[in-house]
Design a protein around this ligand. Structure first.
Ligand code: SF4
Length: 656
């Protein structure tokens, strides 16, 4: 069996430096001083468990540390205020921020002091991005994907205008180069000027490239790393793409030798958070010869049957007896397992015998190695909870929604249940609107996004607001894809401005410019429309990148000049409204957008000195169409010609 190790594998430079420093500090403190890391120093339980056993505890924030304590700063870094707070509280920091990350902090800090806007391309919940944002006063525009780049254009342009400076673009060290390129292209397409500092670190890309290269030339691939490490999961995904026989193991114990002994050439790669000793253990387990493999399998089997499972272990067994309150499980060990009814999820009215029969295979979690009477206590509920936490982690990493039920209100938010686990929804994340009373939500079931999960502490944080924002984005996408210039759609008048009205066309707002409301001249849209009116509007223009929709309403009425010759003919006497007075006559509107001139000599059967002596704006008058010039679009009208004969004679007599 040939074992080939990937060219780039295991700890990256920054993580190695952080772990070395943590071990060194643990050694120095030798359990006498309090030593912490703020958050997990690395996504690998073997390492964090080991560090915890050496006295390095994990805290969530500096609030949990006090004067004289030592806190190790992770390679992802921390925001500027973290350092200030440590200083104020007299907490000693061991700063292992990766030099590449520290360089980004310096760049954004300098830009911020200069007053220059900052754009960070990366995941806004990733610790590295959170910390970087903290070095520019939390004012950075964070862009996670091309959609967000489009949405941010207006804000970036406004910031550029306000500061008179092109923004500085930096990125999370572990993003893909293609993502950065696509976002820069969008900025360029929208005429956004920027200064780019490509801060992508090659460590991740090198690992992914060498994984693909190795997987394509071996019979089987072993990917070693924590199941909650996203970069290791990504390596497994790549390995599986290029090599059908790929295995994901957390350590040597998980490697099933009988599965891999048939392969001649085996590749091995480890995630950036996998320590060297775990990789070496996996390699040495693979390098024993075949005879030893069979012997080891046999010995493993014997050992396994003698060993009592530890609390937390997941075991498999067979049901040997089903009683009213418990199920007895044979696990191939020297003692049987006991699964009590209160450790099983039972629906109302359901009993253990409804769920289990003798000889059924069963999987459960060990909660006690000995119940005091020689049995091993098992739990199905806790196994489910663990699976549920895994689902939460997966949902968080894939940014998918989960469905929860709101159970109760607590200080600052609500507790929501997801299958067998619960999570907290802060008040500010309960809706995309202001929430006054959390009680109103109790009992409701809703889709939420997972913001944070810490299965070790049984904690999770959800956001309904984030799910709503995604739902709205998706709905908007769907509407955009169904809109075409020229379509006539129904809309609701939402609000007015001096230059028009905003109309909701099924989830998106379009602008109905004042000039598109009526063929005539309007001073304010309210002259024709009311807020809440349901109207048919025509799509005149679409600009998806800028999110702009231009609408038209006047198309509902014919173009006024098209009526001349049909509705309006020379000789017709019609009613009109005086809209403008001039020295030489008055303009009379006979149809919105269709005005005619009543010359001063045509106002009355007498000599008129001043037009305003006879007419006023807004006055409704009868006029006769005396001449139409379609080419110049002019209509001549006469009031005196429209007068009934007797009136005309009386007026003429008065004049004499
Ligand atoms: S991935 Fe790169 S930037 Fe991040 S810790 Fe490792 S070396 Fe530093």
């Amino acid at each position: 069996m040939e074992i080939i190790r990937a060219e780039h594998s295991g700890f990256c430079f920054g993580v190695k430096r952080a772990i070395d420093a943590a071990f060194e500090e643990a050694e120095k403190a030798s359990g006498e001083k309090r030593l912490f890391t703020c958050g997990q120093i690395i996504h690998n339980h073997a390492v964090t468990d080991y560090l915890e056993s050496k006295g390095v505890a994990i805290i969530d924030s500096l609030d949990q540390a006090s004067y004289g304590d030592t806190v190790i700063v992770r390679s992802h870094g921390e925001p500027e205020e973290f350092y200030k707070m440590a200083d104020q509280k007299g907490i000693r920091l061991v700063d292992t921020t990766c030099v590449f990350v520290a360089k980004i902090h310096k760049l954004v800090n300098e830009a911020s002091k200069e007053g220059r806007p900052v754009i960070i391309v990366g995941s806004r919940n990733h610790q590295e991005v959170v910390a970087t944002n903290g070095w520019c006063g939390y004012n950075a525009v964070i862009i996670e994907n091309p959609d967000e780049a489009i949405e941010s254009i207006r804000r970036i342009k406004r910031l550029t205008e306000e500061t008179g400076m092109a923004p500085l673009v930096v990125c999370q060290t572990t993003i893909r180069a293609e993502l950065l390129d696509s976002i820069l292209q969008i900025l360029e397409k929208n005429d956004v000027e920027y200064i780019i500092k490509n801060t992508i670190c090659n460590a991740t890309k090198d690992r992914q490239d060498s994984c693909a290269e190795l997987a394509s030339r071996v019979d089987a691939m072993i990917v070693v790393g924590g199941k909650n490490s996203s970069n290791t999961k990504k390596l497994y995904e790549i390995a599986s793409r290029y090599c059908k026989s790929s295995y994901f193991v957390q350590n040597a114990d998980e490697l099933e030798l009988h599965c891999i002994k048939k392969y001649n050439k085996i590749g091995i790669i480890a995630g950036a958070s996998t320590p060297e000793w775990i990789i070496e253990e996996v390699i040495s387990r693979m390098t024993i010869n075949e005879e030893n493999i069979s012997m080891m399998d046999f010995m493993d089997h014997i050992d396994e049957s003698l060993r009592l499972p530890k609390p937390g272990e997941i075991i498999e067994g067979t049901v040997v007896q089903v009683r009213d309150n418990e199920v007895i499980v044979n696990m191939g060990r020297k003692k049987d397992g006991i699964l009590r009814a209160d450790e099983v999820v039972l629906e109302e009215g359901q009993t253990l015998s409804d769920l289990y029969k003798v000889d059924d295979s069963i999987q459960a979690k060990v909660i006690k190695s000995d119940d005091g009477e020689g049995g091993i206590l098992l739990s199905k509920k806790r196994l489910l909870a663990e699976e549920n936490y895994d689902e939460l982690v997966e949902a968080m990493e894939n940014k998918t929604s989960i469905n929860v039920t709101i159970l109760r209100a607590v200080n600052g938010g609500v507790i929501a249940g997801y299958k067998e686990v619960t999570g907290f929804i802060p008040m500010s994340q309960l809706s995309d609107r202001f929430v006054e009373k959390a009680d109103d939500y109790i009992g409701q079931s809703m889709d939420v996004k997972v913001l944070r999960v810490d299965a070790r502490k049984n904690k999770a944080v959800f956001s309904r607001k984030a799910a709503l924002s995604e739902e709205k984005k998706r709905a908007a996408e769907e509407i955009w894809s169904n809109l075409n210039v020229g379509d006539v759609v129904e809309g609701k008048v939402m609000r007015f401005t001096n230059y028009g009205a905003f109309v909701d066309i099924g989830g998106l707002d379009g602008l109905l410019h004042i000039s598109e409301i009526s063929w005539g001249k309007l001073v304010h849209p309210e002259e024709v429309l009311k807020v809440g009116d349901i109207i048919n509007v025509k799509i005149l223009a679409l600009n998806k990148e800028q999110g702009k929709i231009s609408l038209g309403y006047k198309f509902n009425k014919p173009e006024p000049w098209s009526l001349v010759g049909t509705k309006y003919n020379v000789g017709d006497v019609i009613q009109g409204k005086v809209v403008q007075l001039q020295g030489y006559g008055a303009f009379v509107e006979i149809e919105a957008g269709l005005d005619g001139l009543v010359h001063i000599s045509e106002i009355a059967n007498k000599r008129v000195e001043t037009v305003s002596d006879e007419l006023s704006v807004g006055q409704v008058v009868d006029v006769k169409i005396v001449e139409v010039d379609p080419e110049l679009k002019r209509i001549s009208l006469s009031i005196k010609a429209a007068l009934p004969k007797e009136e005309a004679v009386e007026e003429a007599a008065d004049e004499e």
